[in-house]
Design a protein around this ligand. Sequence first.
Ligand SMILES: Cc1ncc(COP(=O)(O)O)c(C=O)c1O
Length: 401
Amino acid sequence: MYRPLFAVIDLAHLSHNIRYLKSRLRPDASLMVAVKADAYGHGVRAVVSRLAREGVRDVAVASLEEALEIRAFHRDVNILVLGAVTPDACAKAAEAEVEIALTDLSPIDEIPRMPKRLRVHLPLDTGMNRLGVKRTDEAVALARAIAAREDLELVGAGTHLAAADADDPAHASGQMERLKVFARALEEAGVRPARIHAGNSAALLRNPAWHLDMVRVGIAAYGYSPDPSVLPAPSLRPVMSLYAGVLRVARAQPGETVGYGATFAVQRPMSIATVAGGYADGYPRHLSNQGDVLVGGDLRPVIGRVCMDQLMVDVTGLDVATGDFAALFGYEPPALWREGWWNRLHPEERAARVQETYRMASNREERRVLSLDRLAALAQTIPYEILCRVHRRVPRVVCDG
Ligand SMILES: Cc1ncc(COP(=O)(O)O)c(C=O)c1O
């Protein structure tokens, strides 16, 4: 590690969230965790290993590529591909023992005969208008066509709730009603699969009746409610924190401006910290003149436009120096990450020292959290997008414990 910018992935918090979510889950339902997009940006390898330790047996991804990446290091976990898999890729999925959701891109008669059985899920469109069959007769016909083939096994049927986190639960309730109609039709035709699933994080937090046989949670596992104003979940703990080093602290006088486009005008003598993180790292440019960072024990505003690789922060009146660290989101940096700490470490020992000192601080210090809920709202997006977009050039330092 050379550049002072990294994300800490706190696996203890992942464990905590999973345990909390399980405590909210109906006892007869199981938990599937969405680990698509590199586990929402957290690093799929570490996340899946920890999930396995927590007894999670099912994970979901968006593509066969993502599934195969997991299968390469994990033989036992059950993997479901939620997105489209083409007929030519089905044999590969079967060989790797990966489950797929059938979509229109893989009509059943175009799936070549396979030496190994492929486990499939029926996607049912109950109101999202994205993927899946819309009519019960189509669902029954598809389930029958699957049953007629030796090399296919129908193991599940799922729908996706479009608005389970909305103020008004009516949309999701309507979808659940339509799902019941599908389930009844499949039952009557004698082709009901073992697991019917609909719920996401919002459904898990909102209504046990929506848990069915399995809930597919994503964002809540990573520490955020899908919408905290509707579904507050203060027990969840953010898993990712993004830390950036202070590259310079400079004084500026009235009449000067800050950053590209000179959008911030200095009105009074101030101290400006330049911090190592920009929009190429995944920090939203929308937060120009809007975001805050945790630095020097305080919450301080981003001033001027966010650059590709740096951003500037007003640290007037704070004891902040070059080499100190700021949290761009997540938990306040440990008190030790100051006064040239980073520079004194050998690049090869930095990851280990970050792990050690982060863990010590989380055991001993009362740390403030800069939640992505607030930043995402200011950036007109959602925590999901900010997490997924933390660039691969930002090292993930995985902290166990
Ligand atoms: C089909 C499907 N199921 C479950 C999830 C998990 O949703 P959440 O992260 O809101 O829990 C997603 C996420 O986008 C999804 O696309």
